[in-house]
Write a protein that binds this ligand. Structure first.
Ligand SMILES: [Zn+2]
Length: 461
């Protein structure tokens, strides 16, 4: 977060490299990649090892679990990767991570401290998160004062109470975690924690639906924290990325009655902002300018910014691509939504509910009138057809005239889906060179047509 490059230069930052990416590198394995990068003069870790068996992998892990403290940097685990790049390509990726690499985390450092108080935070969707306020304690190089307790079940499971001595861990995550209570130190008068029944911000009675771990404040349009939380999400970097406007200013503008929802941002004037606390001519000008410029932010990010529950960045992209504009999305049925790749019941239901709400429809109509992007940009729509609509393709092997990723993009741009494995729902298997024999026999047993790269390209002409 430091903006001063001179200050950043003072920090002992370093960078170690693990891979080379590019076409025709002539490299066929992960290990070769490291060696080549080292040859070229990049800083590459010296302790990588090429293992032949899982026993060797575990020996490596056990060794570094003990000796990692001797390294000149801190590390919390080991990454195990498939060495052969061809195999990596075959394995591919899930939505979130590669299937050919796996992290092994060392047992986290643990300390004990006193839990002073449990407080409750209200998120932008109304979800309540209990927070443990701890007696500050040093853990893995940082002072820990707070930890998330997640939900009521977690509190009950740990039987955690104010005044308890608790064990805190910091694993791979940045946020520390409470893993248990030191019952030997519990005060004999201690009483079980009673979870709150009403919203700490607006006093509304909390609701917990079946199958949901969290309690919710359902006063979505009246609970101040939810209102500001939604606006803060709207302006955040990955959403509308409005320059000159930060979370605290949103709270201030709300407190002063200048904004009640994100659409109100677009009618703010400099004259309204200048008189506010900590504001000046220049900052007010920047704010209004930042808001005005955000009308160019592409549709998929506007969709993410709207704050539909369960619609994160990736889902917003999928929906934008599938529906191409907001009007098509707004009229989609639940079954239609569920047919989109990676959209399940929970997300589909949430999208439907969002567009049934009059206030949301009103905000969208206003945002449209202010010129925000509610359809995919022209260049994204270019070359998109529905030639392959309703079909699912699985891609395997190496191709001659096109890369695997270009091929997948062509499939999606022409209205079809890319499947990750062959099933009875697969329409075609596009087979390249060196395709795995198991894929071929699976396709044959399910009578899935196997086509060549040429056959596929012909479909588009
Ligand atoms: Zn509330």
């Amino acid at each position: 977060k430091l903006q001063d490059s001179a200050a950043v230069a003072q920090r002992p930052l370093d960078c170690l490299l693990y891979g080379i990416v590019g076409p025709n590198t002539g490299i066929s394995s992960q290990f070769q990649m490291l060696e080549k990068a080292r040859d070229w003069g990049f800083k590459v870790p010296t302790i990588a090892k090429l293992c032949k068996t899982t026993t060797e992998v575990f020996d490596f892990i056990d060794y570094w679990d003990v000796h990692r403290h001797e390294l000149p940097y801190e590390t919390d685990g080991v990454v195990i990767k498939v060495n052969n790049l061809q195999h990596q390509d075959e394995l591919g990726y899930t939505a979130k991570s590669p299937r050919w690499a796996m992290a092994y985390k060392f047992k986290a450092e643990q300390v004990s401290t006193v839990l002073n108080e449990i407080t409750y935070q209200v998120g932008r969707t109304g979800a309540i998160t209990p927070v443990a306020n701890l007696e500050p304690v040093l853990l893995a190089g940082t002072t820990v004062k707070r930890a998330s307790l997640h939900n009521a079940d977690q509190i009950e499971k740990l039987d955690i109470r104010e005044g308890d001595t608790v064990f805190v861990e910091k694993g791979g995550e940045i946020i520390p975690k409470i893993v248990g209570v030191d019952f030997s130190k519990r005060d004999t008068n201690s009483q079980p924690t009673e979870y709150i029944t009403h919203c700490p911000e607006c006093g509304t009675q909390l609701v917990r639906s079946e199958g949901d771990a969290k309690h919710y404040c359902t006063n979505f349009y009246g609970c101040p924290t939810q209102i500001t939380g939604r606006i803060q999400h709207f302006i955040s970097r990955k959403a509308m990325d409005i320059e000159g406007l930060g979370g605290e200013t949103v709270e201030l503008l709300f407190k002063e009655g200048l904004i009640r929802n994100y659409a109100d941002l677009y009618i703010l004037t400099k004259e309204q902002i200048v008189p506010l606390e900590r504001m000046a001519e220049k900052s007010a000008e920047n704010l209004v300018k930042g808001v005005a410029e955000s009308v160019n932010i592409p549709f998929e990010r506007v969709l993410f910014a709207l704050g539909i529950r369960f619609v994160g960045e990736t889902v917003a992209k999928k929906l934008a691509k599938a529906y191409k504009n907001i009007d098509a999305l707004m009229t989609a049925s639940i079954d239609d939504l569920k047919a989109v790749d990676e959209i399940g019941e929970r997300i589909a239901q949430s999208v439907i509910e969002f567009f049934q709400n009059e206030r949301n429809l009103d905000s969208i109509a206003r945002l449209k009138s202010y010129g925000l992007q509610f359809e995919l940009s022209k260049d994204k729509l270019l070359n998109q057809t529905e030639l392959l609509k309703g079909k699912t393709f699985v891609v395997s092997g190496v191709f001659e005239t096109i890369s695997r990723n270009e091929l997948k993009k062509l499939i999606e741009d022409n209205g079809a889906k890319v499947g990750s494995s062959i099933s009875s729902k697969t329409s075609f298997l596009v087979a390249g060179d060196k395709m795995g024999p198991s894929k071929r026999s699976k396709a044959e047993s399910l009578a899935v047509p196997i086509i060549s790269e040429r056959d596929f390209l012909d479909m588009l002409n």
